[in-house]
Design a protein around this ligand. Structure first.
Ligand SMILES: Nc1ncnc2c1ncn2[C@@H]1O[C@H](COP(=O)(O)OP(=O)(O)OP(=O)(O)O)[C@@H](O)[C@H]1O
Ligand SMILES: [Mg+2]
Length: 526
């Protein structure tokens, strides 16, 4: 492969011509205007004859310079895979958020590329400004750019096809190499902080997403699991379908069930299956509906937006009422006031949240999954979880025998064991969460083997069973006592009523007597 193509001599020629043009610009005032026109016309002809190339420059930070150009990033990816075998001087770099070293073309290096038999030259370079401006975010002091050079007769093909090819290819490489991220939303005040130093607002902070959970390790009935996996994969491939039916390309999942049944684990498994980023939205840190919308707009496609324990984050009307009451008592205490300011309550309303999920704004960006988790599905507003908002409702419940088998395989590499039958019966009788089962199956010391772990599990379930039995007994006893008490009270009341009745009838008799006497006295009785 050629490193410095035939274009190199032409480049030199080009700069010579440019030099001549510069001198011409200085002296042209001494020529009469008609002659000027003639000279320029022929000069341009001459230039295009000896220098038939077109240059296109792609800056890393175009425009105001805060946002890195997407085209530059894509070209960098494209060239780094295409150039490492060809360029002599390479630059090793630890890409942001990546753990491995990536190689790219060093500054002032040039490589050739070929597209449909057309030869092109890519050069990387940078402008160093005369005044050094300090910038902590890079991109401020040096302006890096890539320059593409090609023969002008290929203009059509290059601008229409080749550039698209480079951008698409670059993006695809980026997606393949990308490290997935777990984001969480910052409090509103922190956005302003970032803005004041001239960096673009960051509403989300992130770390690398490295949760090891997969659907293979998730304990759940196999057919239910299969169903969810199919649903997710169908969704991720349904771009054209969603377009056809006129729906935004997104899907809502509601995960509900008791604590420790794998709701959070399932979200991680979903992200790993589809290779999506995860946005963990903390609703209580969102100031109001407008901020909620801004957060939504700032999420990327191919992502899962998660709101955990939605029933707790969304105590909407009650929350504000309580705040007012508290204010009266605390007004004189400055420390408490300050503390309250710090955890100022969110003013996100139910309608704000509904809009977040399927309002007009939710359609910007695509390929997004929204997941709610809750322990109490019955507490949620029906509007929030109706189909169309939360399309699929998934119940995660206590550990079944099938789910136990998955855990036994994960934790102990066991497919069967003589104790399985006993465990099956116990699991059917007692509500045990997969988290509890998993905890017991994990060896606690080097001496513990599968047998001891299973025995531990049995012991633990039996203890839980005993506890549940005692609790049920206690409850039954309390209930019986309560009933007894109620019955006694009722009897007491009835007795009292009886007594009242008797007294009343006795009084009536007393009252009637004088009336008769009176009548008799008047002598009206027949
Ligand atoms: N179905 C499951 N399959 C495999 N592991 C599970 C499962 N359920 C729970 N676990 C284990 O138990 C732990 C707790 O589970 P997880 O955090 O997913 O529960 P959760 O349903 O989100 O609970 P909560 O409602 O309290 O948030 C996990 O670390 C995981 O190892
Ligand atoms: Mg959870």
């Amino acid at each position: 492969m050629t490193m410095m193509g035939g274009g190199d001599t032409l480049t030199q020629l080009g700069s010579t011509v440019a030099g001549i043009m510069f001198i011409w610009a200085m002296f042209k005032q001494y020529f009469p205007p008609e002659l000027q026109g003639h000279i320029e016309k022929y000069a341009h002809k001459l230039i295009s004859y000896v220098y038939p190339f077109i240059h296109i420059t792609f800056y890393e930070y175009p425009g105001d310079g805060f946002e890195r150009s997407k085209a530059y990033a894509a070209i960098q990816q494209y060239l780094s895979t295409n150039s490492t075998t060809r360029a002599k001087r390479l630059k090793a770099d630890m890409m942001r958020d990546s753990r491995s070293i990536t190689l790219s073309m060093d500054d002032y290096e040039e490589i050739t590329d070929e597209f449909k038999g057309i030869k092109l030259w890519w050069a990387s370079s940078k402008n160093i400004p005369k005044t050094q401006v300090f910038s902590i975010f890079g991109g401020g002091e040096e302006k890096r750019y890539y320059k593409l050079r090609f023969h002008r007769k290929h203009r059509e093909t290059i601008t229409k096809n080749y550039l698209n090819h480079v951008l698409d290819e670059g993006k695809a490489i980026e997606v393949r190499a990308r490290q997935r991220k777990l984001y969480t939303n910052n409090r509103n005040e922190q956005w302003v902080g970032y803005r004041s130093v001239g960096f673009r607002r960051t509403m989300w902070s992130h770390v690398l997403f490295e949760h090891p959970a997969t659907f293979a390790t998730l304990a759940m009935e196999p057919n239910k699991k299969e169903d969810i996996i199919n649903d997710l994969i169908t969704f991720s491939k349904a771009k054209d379908y969603y377009k056809k039916v006129g729906k935004a390309w997104k899907r809502g999942y509601l995960l509900y069930g008791p604590p420790g049944t794998g709701k959070s684990t399932m979200i991680a498994a979903m992200a790993n299956l589809l290779e999506y980023d995860v946005y963990d939205l903390e609703l209580t840190a969102v100031k109001d509906n407008t901020d909620l919308r801004k957060l939504l707009i700032d999420t990327s496609s191919k992502s899962i937006i998660v709101i955990e324990d939605i029933d707790c984050s969304l105590d909407l009307t009650g929350q504000r009422k309580k705040e007012k009451d508290e204010k009266k008592e605390e007004e004189k205490d400055p420390i408490k006031e300050k503390m309250k300011d710090d955890n100022e309550k969110s003013k996100v309303t139910l309608s704000g949240l509904l809009n977040f999920i399927d309002g007009l704004w939710s359609a910007c960006g695509s390929e997004r999954i929204i997941v709610f988790t809750t322990n109490y599905v019955e507490k949620l507003d029906p509007a929030l979880i109706r189909r169309g908002r939360m399309d699929k409702h998934i119940e995660l419940s206590y550990c079944s025998f099938e789910a136990f088998k998955v855990l036994a395989r994960n934790y102990l590499d066991l497919d069967s064991h003589e104790l399985f039958a006993k465990i099956r019966v116990l699991l059917e009788e007692t509500k045990t969460s997969p988290a509890d089962v998993a905890e017991n199956l994990m060896p606690k010391s080097a001496e513990e083997d599968a047998d001891t772990c299973l025995a531990n599990l049995i012991k633990s379930i039996e203890a839980a069973k005993e506890e549940a039995r005692l609790k049920a007994e206690e409850e039954a006893r309390l209930k019986a006592e309560e009933e007894e008490k109620l019955k006694a009270e009722k009897e007491e009341k009835e007795k009292e009523k009886e007594k009242e009745k008797e007294e009343k009838s006795a009084e009536d008799v007393e009252e009637k007597k004088p009336a008769v006497k009176e009548v008799k006295e008047n002598g009206v009785i027949p």
